[in-house]
Design a protein around this ligand. Structure first.
Ligand code: 5GP
Ligand code: MG
Length: 185
C-alpha cells in the first residue's frame, strides 16, 4: 500500500489539532461527539491531547436502506445525546461528499447545543457536494480511497497505524486473502 501519512506525521497532526482546540475552548467543558466507527482511533488520540473537562458521546450514521437520495442518512444515538446548552465538538474520520457531516450537524443543532464545531481527520479535495466546510481538518488528501487510522475497507484495516491508499493490487490481495471463502491464506 502507498503510505500517505505515517505514524509520526499523524501524531504531529493530532497534537496540532489538540493545541488549536485548547486555544479555542480553554478550560470550558466540552462534549465530543464521535461518529462510529471510523473516528474511534482519532477520538482516542485526540482526547489525550485535550485538558479541559470533557465528555464523549458516540453516534452512528447510516444510509437509509432503500432510500432514494444518497444524502439521506439515519443518525443513531448510541446513548441519549445530552448536549442541550453544551459546547459540542463533532468529529469524523473523513469529509468526502460532506453529506454525513451536514446531516449529523443538522441533527445535533436540533438538540440546541450552546455551540457546535466540527473536526475531521481527513478532508478529501474536490469531492464535496455541500456548502459546509469542517471547522478543522487535520490533513487534506487527494481524491483517492484510503484506509488505516480508523478508516476501513470492508471493515478491515482500521488498525493500521498509518494512512495508505488502497490501490488496485491491494484490492485484489484483499479479495484473495480476506473475503469469506477466500482460496488462499
Ligand atoms: P461523506 O458523507 O462525506 O461522503 O462520507 C463520509 C464517509 O464516507 C466517511 O465517514 C467514510 O465512512 C466514507 N469514506 C469516504 N471516503 C473514504 C475513503 O477514502 N476511505 C474510507 N475508508 N472511507 C471513506
Ligand atoms: Mg464513516
Amino acid at each position: 500500500m502507498k503510505i500517505l501519512f505515517d505514524q509520526d506525521v499523524i501524531r504531529q497532526g493530532i497534537e496540532q489539532l489538540g493545541s488549536n482546540l485548547r486555544r479555542e475552548y480553554g478550560q470550558n467543558p466540552i462534549t465530543v461527539v464521535a461518529i462510529m466507527t471510523g473516528s474511534i482511533v482519532m477520538l482516542a488520540d485526540l482526547i489525550r491531547c485535550l485538558d479541559m473537562p470533557l465528555r464523549i458521546s458516540l453516534i452512528r450514521a447510516s444510509s437509509y436502506r432503500g432510500g432514494v437520495t444518497s444524502g439521506d442518512l439515519h443518525v443513531e444515538e448510541l446513548e441519549r445525546l445530552d448536549i442541550q446548552g453544551r459546547d459540542v465538538l463533532l468529529i469524523d474520520d473523513i469529509f468526502d461528499t460532506g453529506k454525513t457531516l451536514v446531516e449529523v450537524t443538522k441533527h445535533l443543532s436540533s438538540l440546541q447545543p450552546r455551540s457546535l464545531k466540527t473536526a475531521v481527520f481527513l478532508n478529501k479535495q474536490g469531492t464535496s457536494q455541500v456548502a459546509m466546510e469542517p471547522d478543522y481538518s487535520v490533513f487534506k488528501i487527494p481524491n483517492e480511497f484510503v484506509v488505516g487510522y480508523g478508516l476501513d475497507y470492508d471493515d478491515f484495516y482500521r488498525n493500521l497505524p498509518f494512512v495508505a491508499v488502497m490501490e488496485q493490487a491491494d484490492l485484489e490481495e484483499h479479495s484473495r486473502r480476506l473475503e469469506p471463502n477466500a482460496q488462499s491464506r
